[in-house]
Design a protein around this ligand. Structure first.
Ligand code: MN
Length: 245
């Protein structure tokens, strides 16, 4: 089995090192990740400048671009044989509910999915990098599943509670929860007296009910949400067409 690994926290992040070490035991791995933390990059591709690829001492490739750039370059240029699976993460922090739209971790997996390759995004719920061994073990178990009922390609969003492996209660198939609108931006003044803005934290969970990703992880279950890319609101097409006549 060949597995391409990427992330959005950068090639030096503990999460991608743990993921690579866990998957090296079961597959031929290639790691291509951003040279710096690109969390929140979503599906951005870099179109206004060329990109370069360098190789670190540990064999990881790093790119001065986004997570989507990394997977795009890996699949179209760096890998002579396409991988059987692309994994992203393990992200520092959850990617649940509406967060998935902004996530570079999910985006790296989505880029592979758009190329027709099965892909899984892995995130840890808390940002502490705690119990990474537990999360890496769970990621390896996912990579070894055959998902026989799924048509190919599939795109899975996995969120893992930061607890010891023995405290994980199991795995639940979930829907994305929903959040309230984001908290306000944080305003400050820079040393030159100019107004600056930091994007604030996301809103509190609005739909964290039974069956949601928020609910599963809050009860120490691994949450797995099958994702799709088509944003069309099919239920509105008919009414829209009538309004347009
Ligand atoms: Mn991240």
């Amino acid at each position: 089995m060949r597995i391409l690994i990427s992330n959005d926290d950068g090639y030096l992040a503990p999460g991608i090192v743990a993921l690579a070490n866990a998957l090296r035991e079961i597959a031929e791995i290639t790691v291509v990740a951003p040279d710096s933390n690109r969390s929140g990059a979503s599906n951005a591709l870099t179109l206004d400048r060329p990109l370069s690829v360098q190789r670190a001492d540990n064999g990881f490739y790093f790119v001065n671009g986004t997570p989507s750039d990394c997977v795009h370059i890996a699949l179209t240029s760096l890998m002579p044989v396409l991988p059987d699976l692309v994994v992203s993460g393990i992200n520092q922090g959850q990617n649940m509910g509406d967060d998935t739209l902004y996530s570079g971790t999910v985006a790296a997996a989505t880029e592979a999915f758009l190329f027709g390759i099965p892909a899984i995004a892995f995130s840890q719920v808390d940002k502490a990098w705690s119990h990474l061994d537990s999360a890496a073990r769970i990621a390896r178990e996912f990579a070894q599943r055959d998902f026989a009922r799924f048509s190919r390609p599939f795109l899975l969003n996995v969120n893992i509670p930061n607890v010891p492996y023995a405290e994980i209660k199991g795995t639940r198939a979930t829907r994305l929860g929903k959040r309230h609108v984001s908290e306000p931006v944080i305003q400050a003044t820079d040393p030159h007296g100019r107004q600056i803005y930091w994007i604030g934290p996301p809103g509190a969970a609005k739909d964290a009910g039974e069956g949601s990703d928020f609910h599963a992880t809050s009860e120490n279950y691994v949450s797995v949400t099958p994702l799709q890319v088509d944003l069309t609101n099919y239920s509105q097409i008919h009414d829209l067409a009538r309004d347009l006549t």
